[in-house]
Write a protein that binds this ligand. Structure first.
Ligand SMILES: Nc1ncnc2c1ncn2[C@@H]1O[C@H](COP(=O)(O)OP(=O)(O)OP(=O)(O)O)[C@@H](O)[C@H]1O
Ligand SMILES: [Mg+2]
Length: 524
């Protein structure tokens, strides 16, 4: 057995051969080529029939570079390595990188291996070993880097998916105000800008429609204070007016200074309308309770005033019949008292419409019938008669299963009287009497919860945006004192709500308004 720790001194022939191998080896890169060259040089100098280089990798893989015609069986290599000498024409030299075995150089000759040849094999093995170790390390490193990159990629895609799935617009800017993240909603939502267009650009260039100075102040505030800032913003960029809640959140990559600002934009239009409706319902309920409470208190004095007025009238007539000279003014005063008492009673009655509980009987109602009944009553209304009436009734309109026809007539009456007043006012403004048109329309809604729709449109003066938010308030009126109490729409609102429906308004100042009542056609 040869002692591998003290290799024998090689002969000149072997040294020459080794020098040739080294020269060629050093001249050629990369590794695979240098190995091929080294093997070739080895083969030439050894006159070997077969020279094989085997590489045993750390994870058990065996890679081979075979220069000869056939491979040496692995068992023979293992045996030769263990023996440290030739076994059945196979001689193997272990290759180490650091303290790790990276492979073995295996020589397979068709004859016994000579001593010099063994030495030469070891020398070449030592020459190639660091290269192999390096290649092996690079390969492992490559695999690791690829795995880590794939993992980071997965994590990034996961985080991206999360922020893209949010029903909110979200973007992130750094201290140079450059966009570092831009989610899907931000691409499709209001002022939608594609991610490719936004990333890396200065936010003021991207959101060019917003006032730069204001935007900069908002970001700077978060950078400076490190506190979350919240704003509300109205926008009509998408066509209809919508309310957004904008939140700016500080983000720190390290422990100290704010490095980024996350901006979240949330469409809170529905939420705000819900809040508004809730507040409105609360207010109506409060008025209802109040009305119920004071009803008797007011009704009794009113009855007394009415009775006193009546008897005053009789007395005056009596005196006149007896020949007394009664001033005509006194009769007028009595009449005024009577009229005003009637008006007060009406207001009290209207207020009572709010009082709860007041569950009126509900039954199947055909909205087309409700329209016809209302029009019958409106026939006697002076202003309404002068206008052009357009009636478009959907004959296939589904019935409202739980409705109160009387209350719904009351709603339509209130809407038509308002429409008449608005058209009168518009006429007064352009001095063209009787030009207005009122359209009453019924149609089938898109869903069972909005199944039956009745609309009253007018060509009146319209309602401005600030006014729109007030018209359903109890006692809100723009009409001359004595002409409106401001309760009409508030009562409509209450009734429609009791029917689990809703009222919508579209209005353009100077053009006219449409009030739309949507009622459910399913039982609830
Ligand atoms: N079709 C309409 N066109 C324009 N403005 C309207 C219309 N309907 C309602 N409004 C506005 O809304 C306000 C409130 O209406 P609402 O019916 O509640 O009270 P009102 O008509 O003033 O008084 P009343 O209690 O007699 O109905 C009106 O004063 C008017 O300014
Ligand atoms: Mg009214």
């Amino acid at each position: 057995m040869t002692d591998l720790s003290t290799p024998p001194v090689p002969t000149i022939r072997a040294l020459d051969a080794l020098a040739a191998v080294i020269a060629e080896f050093n001249a050629v890169r990369p590794l695979e080529t240098s190995i091929a060259v080294a093997l070739d040089a080895l083969r030439r100098s050894l006159d070997a029939r077969e020279v094989s280089l085997w590489l045993h990798t750390a994870d058990g893989l065996v890679r081979t570079w075979v220069a000869g015609e056939s491979q040496v069986p692995e068992a023979a290599v293992t045996a030769a390595l263990a023996a440290g000498d030739e076994v059945e024409g196979v001689r193997a030299a272990a290759m180490t990188g650091g303290d790790r075995r990276v492979g073995a150089l295996v020589l397979h000759l068709g004859r016994p291996v000579e001593r010099d040849e063994g030495t030469l094999l070891r020398a070449v093995a030592n020459l190639l070993a660091p290269e192999l170790a390096h290649a092996e390390r690079s390969r492992q490193l490559e695999v690791e880097v690829a795995a880590r990159t794939a993992e980071i990629d997965r994590e990034r895609r996961f985080t991206e998916k999360i922020i893209d799935s949010l029903p909110l617009g979200l973007y992130v800017i750094d201290r140079e105000y450059r966009v570092q993240a831009w989610n899907r909603k931000r691409e499709t939502g209001m002022q939608g800008v594609s991610r490719d267009e936004a990333l890396g650009r200065v936010i003021f260039d991207v959101l060019s429609r917003q006032p730069i100075e204001m935007l900069r102040r908002e970001f700077d505030e978060v950078f400076a204070t490190g506190r979350i800032q919240e704003y509300q913003m109205e926008s009509s960029a998408s066509g209809s007016a919508r309310t957004f809640r904008i939140t700016k959140i500080p983000m720190r990559l390290g422990d100290s200074a704010v490095t980024h600002v996350i901006t979240i934009g949330e469409d809170v239009t529905e939420w705000r309308e819900g809040q508004h409706r809730y507040a409105q319902a609360e207010k109506l309920a409060a008025i209802g309770t109040l009305a119920a409470g004071v009803m008797h208190e007011i009704n009794n004095p009113l009855a007394t005033i009415a009775a006193c007025g009546d008897s005053l009238g009789y007395r005056l007539e009596d005196l006149q019949q007896k020949g007394a000279n009664v001033n005509k003014d006194l009769f007028d005063y009595v009449e005024i008292i009577e009229n005003e008492v009637v008006r007060c009673k009406q207001i009290v009655d209207q207020l009572l419409d709010f009082s709860r509980p007041r569950q009126l009987a509900k039954s199947r109602v055909d909205l087309n019938d409700v329209v016809e009944k209302t029009l019958l009553l409106m026939k006697h209304h002076g202003g309404f008669k002068k206008l052009t009436l357009v009636k478009e009734l959907d004959q296939a309109l589904p019935a409202v299963p739980l409705g109160n026809a009387e209350q719904l007539v009351q709603v339509l009456m209130a809407l038509m009287i308002n429409a008449t007043d608005a058209t009168d006012a518009a006429d007064a403004a352009d001095a063209a009497d009787g030009q207005g048109t009122i359209t009453v329309r019924t149609r089938t809604g898109p869903t069972p919860t909005d199944g039956a729709i009745v609309e009253v449109s007018d060509t009146g003066q319209g309602i401005s945006r600030p006014e729109l938010s007030n018209i359903f308030e109890p006692f809100y009126t723009t009409k001359a004192p004595g002409r409106g109490t401001g309760l009409g729409l508030a009562i409509c609102y209450g009734i429609v709500q009791e029917h689990r429906g809703r009222i919508e308004v579209d209005s353009v100042v100077g053009k006219g308004s449409t009030f739309r009542v949507l009622l459910p056609t399913i039982e609830w």
